[in-house]
Ligand binder design. Structure first.
Ligand SMILES: C[S@@+](CC[C@H](N)C(=O)[O-])C[C@H]1O[C@@H](n2cnc3c(N)ncnc32)[C@H](O)[C@@H]1O
Length: 197
């Protein structure tokens, strides 16, 4: 009998595995791109009632979807319909355990509204400042299609330039898949950059 095809491991599986291993009850975490709320929901489950999750999206539709998903599951987060480039207004430097970015457009939303290099890089700078020692960034990088390649190229350049004395950058991609397979990048803050001391 023919076996049903096994579901392929995807970039979100990798991201969620990382979150389950690195986020604990009581942590403060940020979902920089709430979208339909799937990452926000997992962060809320992992941080628990003693923790806190702050979420951002520039589309009210996304914020409403996320709030509804959380409510259905008895969870809550502090949600802002605002660019993630503003995240430093809502958390103190050195206090955040994990910041999640899922670049691209809103699932089942307009393909004309998507993350852009300029605000994405500003948000990554802010996120690195907010991270506590041992904290991490989880990035799911979608590219091609309507949003093209310029954001991906800017992210790759930014990540490759992070000072290895302070940050570890790891990338997991799928080179034998066709099209533009999204890939995951994990960044850990290993020591405090001198400029910030
Ligand atoms: C790939 S989706 C996120 C998917 C989401 N993690 C989920 O579970 O459904 C990317 C989201 O980023 C949002 N976005 C685009 N630019 C943004 C910005 N500057 N700040 C915050 N969110 C932004 C889009 O509106 C979109 O909802």
């Amino acid at each position: 009998m023919k076996q049903p095809a096994k579901r392929q491991l995807g970039v979100l599986d990798l991201a969620h595995r990382w979150l389950r291993e690195h986020v604990s009850a009581g942590d403060l975490c940020i979902d920089a791109t709430c979208g339909r709320g799937n990452d926000t929901r997992l962060l809320c489950e992992l941080t628990g009632e003693s923790g806190k999750v702050i979420g951002f999206d520039i589309q009210q539709d996304a914020v409403d979807s996320t709030a509804a998903l959380l409510a259905e599951n008895g969870l809550s987060a502090e949600l802002h319909c605002e660019s993630h480039a503003e995240m430093q207004k809502y958390a103190a430097a050195g206090t955040v355990s994990c910041v999640v970015f899922n670049f691209g457009w809103l699932p089942r939303g307009s393909h004309e509204i998507f993350t852009r290099a300029e605000s994405s890089i500003a948000a990554l700078n802010a996120a690195l400042t907010l991270l506590k020692l041992g904290g991490s960034l989880v990035l799911c990088i979608y590219y091609g299609g309507a949003n093209g390649f310029s954001e991906r190229d800017a992210l790759n350049e930014y990540l490759a330039a992070l000072d290895s004395r302070y940050y570890t950058v790891m990338q997991c991609s799928f080179p034998n898949r066709t099209g533009c397979p999204p890939y995951a990048v994990f960044v850990t803050k290993d020591s405090e950059p001198e400029a910030a001391l």
